[in-house]
Design a protein around this ligand. Structure first.
Ligand code: AMP
Length: 285
């Protein structure tokens, strides 16, 4: 396993391996089985896989969130060693390597960034676009793997590839969950034990919402979600939306459902001091 901390290092590692297809898995570390499922998919589809571990400061709109973001490099490398092959590479740059000077680029994703995470985390997706374009330039992957856990990020990255004319093919990978349904997340390890014990409420509520969406009106579903989350001690709802997966347009009335689209229930909430997001597809038959 090659571990590089510099741009020239990772480029050097990859030079001898092309034209083999390179699959890329960008992460912020504190790796769990969700990340590993992306790495396994990259390994399945590509002769060379690159995993980056980089806590990108420009996508954090909250300094405290950035400071307390878990950093577990040794454990991350141990996990990766179990799955990756000899030619695969890990890229762990310092902030100065990626941002030698301030990145002033401003991206425009239209409606995609005006809803949900875009509304509640101003500047977040601009930071995501900054780091993704930089990492794509460095790694020059053929494929890049992203989790459906970050539903809106996936839509933004697809749009970014479209806008920049990038050759990278984006592969979306399903959400990996704990046994109580909690979506795996690096932030889960920051949950207080009492909060973690009750966190299955998120998955249960999403399931109920996706079921209700088959026949009930949207305000009724929203009310149910609010009641379910807010009545759980330590939990408070930030937003709940039902959106399509292309335009991310919030559905406000059942008449807006169209058979040819896919719809998702998306949720953001506070679990104690930690902010979590999750989503679930609605099967409208
Ligand atoms: P992060 O380290 O949080 O930036 O996540 C890196 C990648 O892993 C992103 O594409 C995430 O969507 C994906 N990911 C995070 N959690 C999960 C999960 N539970 N299941 C599948 N993919 C995930």
């Amino acid at each position: 396993m090659n571990v590089s901390r510099t741009i020239s290092g990772i480029r050097g590692d990859l030079t001898g391996l092309r034209p083999k297809h390179v699959g890329f898995v960008p992460t912020m570390g504190a790796l769990h089985e969700g990340h590993i499922s992306l790495v396994e998919k990259a390994i399945e589809l590509c002769p060379v896989a690159v995993v980056s571990i980089f806590v990108n400061p420009t996508q954090f709109n909250d300094k405290e969130d950035l400071n307390k973001y878990p950093r577990t490099e040794d454990a991350d490398l141990d996990l990766l060693r179990k799955v990756i092959r000899e030619d695969d590479a890990v890229f762990i740059p310092e902030v100065e390597e990626i941002y030698p000077s301030e990145d002033k680029r401003v991206f425009n994703f239209g409606n995609l960034e005006k809803v949900m995470e875009g509304l509640h985390r101003p500047g977040h997706f601009n930071g995501v676009a900054q780091v993704v374009t930089k990492l794509f330039d460095i790694v020059e992957p053929d494929y890049a793997f992203f989790g459906q856990k970050d539903f809106q990020q996936l839509a933004i990255v697809k749009e970014l590839v479209r806008q920049t004319g990038s050759k990278v093919k984006i592969i979306s990978c399903p959400i990996i969950r704990e046994s109580d349904g909690l979506a795996m997340s690096s932030r889960n390890r920051l949950l207080e034990p009492e909060i973690r014990k009750n966190a299955g409420i998120i998955f249960r509520t999403l399931n109920q919402a996706a079921e209700l969406a088959k026949e009930r009106e949207i305000p009724e579903i929203r009310k149910h979600v609010e009641r379910s989350i807010n009545s759980t001690s330590g939990f408070s709802l930030e937003y709940f939306e039902i959106v399509d997966d292309k335009q991310l347009l919030p559905v406000t009335d059942r008449s807006q459902f169209h058979k040819e689209n896919n719809y998702f229930c998306c949720i953001a909430l506070r679990a104690g001091k930690i902010r979590l997001i999750d989503n679930m597809e609605i099967s409208l038959l």
